[in-house]
Design a protein around this ligand. Structure first.
Ligand SMILES: [Zn+2]
Length: 497
């Protein structure tokens, strides 16, 4: 199991030992445990900065982004509370991220499988944050990361030629001289000597250079280095968008964002290559091979909305030059049969309309006005839970310090857990209450959607795409090889309104 170790002090320890000493002790414990359980440790995240706020916990942010891209199967830490010591909602973000990436949390005491319904300790957290608060918090987290990058920080794992370090409060990079020499060689061979990526990779392997990941340099690793602006001292962010598969067994994948969405800033870290050299390599690259780049102008109003029900690929618009016919096709050749583009578009619109009509009928119930009371109740329940969480955390500290025996500890934890569980179920009731009120607002939404349909006809392709994306979560397309031209099946999921 590919595992990352997350280390940070507990509240009690902050007052006692030095951070280095404590984290070293925990690290030793966890490494021994990992060995015993046969876990492969890929990365260690040592939070040295103390603070409650997630946005200042740069190692946690790094861990979360590694989790998001599917690098880890599990995270090993002293106990689950170490991960999220901030507010409840921030714990929610962390756990939700782990859950949706199907990453397990391993502690010496217990392994948490967040996707296992029966895993009770998790169900206490599970229900709420996600839907209600996750979106805003994630956005804020993203903003926090973006700010750190705009200030020149470097959050991801160090690329070849560098190692992670801290400059002031921000995470950054420092040069690893031996590796930097190879980086210079790569650029020189590519831009000045006209060598290809494959030849360069062979040469590097021959010279005994070892990449950060994997045993040998390959054409791909070399190409990635040539394209990485970090070597000119810049930080670039938001280059790719990572997507989660619907099915947990599928792999993660990512797409390149248009260059206008990239965020670039002058990094705090030193450059290895000057800009002139980098540009020359870029020119060489574009002269050699033209990738199918996104031109920035949308030609397909269904772009990003339709996926193939069979292979999960994004359905594409394809114009056949000879006949002038436009079809919707699956990117996997020989997968599902194609259909005329306009027929599918028409069907998408009709189905949305129908689903919304059904929604309108469901909506009825009169409004009552005790919303504010419910909100107050939610707040106070949350506060109570927070207090209990803090108490629970102290128990862990007592256990670690040897004040409590494991027996006393277990007994006290389960009492607190019981209380927390009760509070969570009343919290859930309160949310259900509010939810049922919000239903009424759907009627307004329907009106808005009607307007969308009126606007659709005369909208540009780009606007059409945005209009659809505003209400549609996903549409899957299926067509059997034997089916006639006009037959196909769409399955439409609308966004939560
Ligand atoms: Zn397909």
């Amino acid at each position: 199991m590919n595992t990352g170790i997350y280390l940070r002090k507990s509240r009690a320890e902050e007052l006692s030992d030095s951070t280095e000493k404590t984290l070293k002790r925990h690290k030793d414990t966890l490494l021994a445990f990992a060995k015993q359980c046969n876990l492969t440790i890929l990365e260690t995240y040592e939070e040295v900065i103390s603070g409650e706020n997630l946005y200042t916990r740069t190692e946690m942010l790094r861990l979360l982004s590694d989790v998001e891209i599917g690098k880890l199967d599990a995270v090993l830490c002293m106990d689950i509370d170490r991960l999220g010591r901030g507010s409840m909602s921030q714990q929610g973000v962390i756990l939700e991220t782990f859950k949706s990436a199907n990453v397990k949390i391993v502690t010496p005491r217990k392994t948490y499988d967040l996707n296992n319904e029966i895993d009770e300790e998790y169900t206490e957290f599970q229900t709420f944050f996600a839907r209600r608060e996750l979106k805003t918090i994630k956005r804020r987290m993203r903003q926090g990361i973006n700010k750190s990058l705009k200030d020149g920080g470097y959050i991801s794992n160090a690329p070849y030629g560098y190692q992670s370090c801290r400059i002031g409060k921000l995470p950054s990079l420092k040069i690893v001289e031996a590796e930097a020499e190879f980086v210079k060689l790569i650029f020189d061979m590519y831009a000045n000597q006209g060598c290809g990526c494959h030849v360069i990779a062979e040469k590097l392997n021959l010279l005994g250079a070892i990449p950060k990941r994997g045993a040998k340099f390959s054409r791909t690793t070399v190409k990635a280095i040539i394209q990485n602006e970090v070597y000119t001292g810049k930080v670039v962010w938001n280059k790719r968008r990572h997507r989660k598969p619907d099915d947990k067994n599928e792999k993660y994948w990512s797409t390149l964002n248009p260059e206008s969405e990239w965020i670039k800033a002058d990094g705090l870290h030193p450059a290895i290559i000057d800009i002139e050299m980098f540009e020359r390599a870029k020119e060489t690259l574009s002269g050699r091979y033209h990738p199918p780049y996104f031109s920035g102008k949308l030609t397909n109003q269904l772009a990003g909305i339709l996926t193939c029900a069979k292979c999960g690929g994004k359905m594409m618009r394809r114009e056949f030059k000879n006949s002038g016919m436009i079809y919707l096709i699956c990117p996997t050749s020989g997968c599902v049969k194609m259909t005329s583009f306009s027929a599918v578009e028409k069907q998408v619109l009709a189905s949305i309309k129908q689903q919304l009509e059904e929604l309108k009928i469901e909506v009825a119930t009169p409004v009552q006005s005790y919303d504010s009371l419910i909100e107050k109740a939610i707040l106070s329940t949350k506060k109570e839970i927070d207090i209990l969480q803090t108490q629970k955390e102290k128990l862990y500290d007592f256990l670690e310090q040897g004040v409590y025996t494991l027996e006393v500890f277990s007994e006290r934890t389960s009492t607190i857990d019981e209380k927390i569980k009760k509070l969570y179920s009343s919290l859930e009731q309160l949310y259900i209450e509010i939810e049922s009120k919000n239903q009424v607002k759907v009627d307004d939404v329907c009106k808005k959607v009607d307007n969308v349909f009126n606007a659709y006809e005369n909208a540009t392709i780009d606007q059409k795409n945005r209009l659809l994306k505003a209400i549609v979560k996903n549409v899957t397309y299926y067509k059997d090889k034997q089916w006639p031209a006009e037959k196909f099946i769409l399955h439409i999921t609308l966004k939560d309104i």
